[in-house]
Ligand binder design. Structure first.
Ligand code: NDP
Length: 377
């Protein structure tokens, strides 16, 4: 089965290596926690309010610095760990990390009052509290620093493995893939404060869904395409098609990234400075809904979740970048992203109709007809 799937190379660890792989997330989680705790951080007010004080919750943000440190440690093998280790130990690390995510969930959920959610299983899945801090570190932001940085490190580690395997016959698509996500995560940390204005921070509670999703799915399983693709050499395209492939996929990636980043930044600008033109160009046209405002110009006037279309284009570039479009592994990220965001926007619209009032949200739906893909959906 494993051979048929083409991932037998991920099961080649010796007995002691398998144990080390299983324990790798434990070390990773501890090191990230220490780094977040001791490295200097920007202290900023967030978007969600602290129910105890009614004031915006405060955050310590140092994701970019943590990311820079772990990249340097990994790249120069400063701990003696080989660069391909994260990739080679993926399967064992997912198993060990999942056990830890279960333990963290039990600790976080059972340390919180029951609240409205009486069902214990549902509480474990969805969580009870929206915010929890540990020694001054916000748990949600910790999840995203670990998840984001490990996603990039796992992608880079897979590229290192691929190079060891193929040398001169390496697939440039694999290096592009790793570069895309090293850049994507760097951008994420540069705009870390914008993350405070997004769905997970606003709506999600801290249960297994977010814990496992943030640490393991984001950190380790997002590189699923590489599980299958790292063991294939350069697909050998020649002539103009090679240029179409090697230039076209980065263009598609950057196009998708620009839509997502642009939309997120516009919403962030609007929330912080409601009267300011976005990039000095786009008027903040909005619908008044009591003391709230629905933005409906620029990216938010094209489709109600245009940012998700950006993620879709970006994910499509991932499916194409390896040059093996007939291999299902190349499409795993795309399939996940499309299913994830088509579901998420349904929930988000439900929350928004509640928050802004059904009439005002319907007015927005009337004004901005499409959900994600203008003219199509
Ligand atoms: P959004 O940033 O769209 O956040 C949704 C919230 O924004 C809503 O609940 C609402 O909250 C506010 N909002 C939505 N529409 C409007 C509007 N028209 N006017 C004013 N406020 C509005 O969603 P996400 O957090 O899901 O996504 C953020 C970014 O992160 C996206 O680019 C997404 O693609 C990316 N992302 C990527 C993932 C990946 O795996 N690659 C996973 C998750 C996110 P309120 O009114 O309370 O402000």
């Amino acid at each position: 089965m494993i051979e048929w799937l083409g991932i037998d190379h991920l099961f080649e660890l010796s007995g002691s290596e398998a144990i080390a792989g299983f324990l790798t997330p434990l070390v990773v989680f501890a090191v990230f926690f220490l780094l977040q705790l001791i490295l200097p951080a920007r202290k900023v007010p967030g978007y969600v309010t602290d129910p105890a004080t009614g004031e915006p919750r405060r955050y310590r943000l140092n994701g970019l610095l943590v990311y820079a440190v772990v990249l340097i440690v990994w790249a120069f093998e400063l701990t003696g760990m080989e660069r391909a280790w994260f990739y080679r130990s993926s399967v064992y690390a997912v198993a060990g990390g999942t056990v830890l995510a279960i333990i963290f969930t039990l600790a976080v959920v059972f340390s919180q009052p029951k609240g409205e959610n009486e069902n214990t299983w549902l509480a474990l899945w969805e969580g009870r509290a929206r915010e929890v801090s540990f020694l001054g570190v916000d748990v949600k932001m910790y999840l995203y620093v670990v998840g984001g940085a490990m996603f990039a490190l796992n992608a880079l580690s897979g590229a290192a493995y691929h190079y060891e395997l193929f040398g001169a016959d390496s697939n440039p698509g694999v290096f592009l893939y790793a570069a895309f996500f090293a850049f994507y995560i760097m951008d994420y940390f540069i705009f870390e404060r914008v993350q405070l204005y997004t769905y997970d921070l606003i709506h999600e509670n801290l249960g297994f869904k977010l814990m496992w999703g943030g640490l393991i799915v984001y950190g380790w399983l997002y590189i699923l395409p590489l599980w299958g693709m790292a063991v294939h050499p350069d697909p050998g395209f020649s002539g103009p098609f090679r240029y179409v492939w090697l230039i076209g996929t980065p263009v598609l990636f950057l196009g998708g990234w620009a839509i997502g980043r642009g939309a997120n930044l516009q919403k962030y600008t609007f929330k912080r400075w409601p009267d300011r033109k976005f990039l000095g160009l786009i008027d903040p046209v909005h619908i008044e809904a009591g003391d709230r405002k629905i933005l409906c110009s620029g990216f938010w006037g094209v489709a109600r979740h245009f940012n998700y279309l950006g993620e879709g284009f970006l994910a499509l570039s991932i499916s194409l970048v390896f040059g093996y479009v007939g291999n299902l592994w190349a499409w795993t990220y795309f399939i996940f992203i499309v299913s994830f965001f088509t579901t998420r926007q349904i929930y988000d619209e439900r929350f928004c109709a509640e928050k802004y009032g059904p009439e005002k949200w319907a007015e927005y739906q009337e004004r901005v007809k499409y959900r994600i893909f203008p003219g199509i959906y």
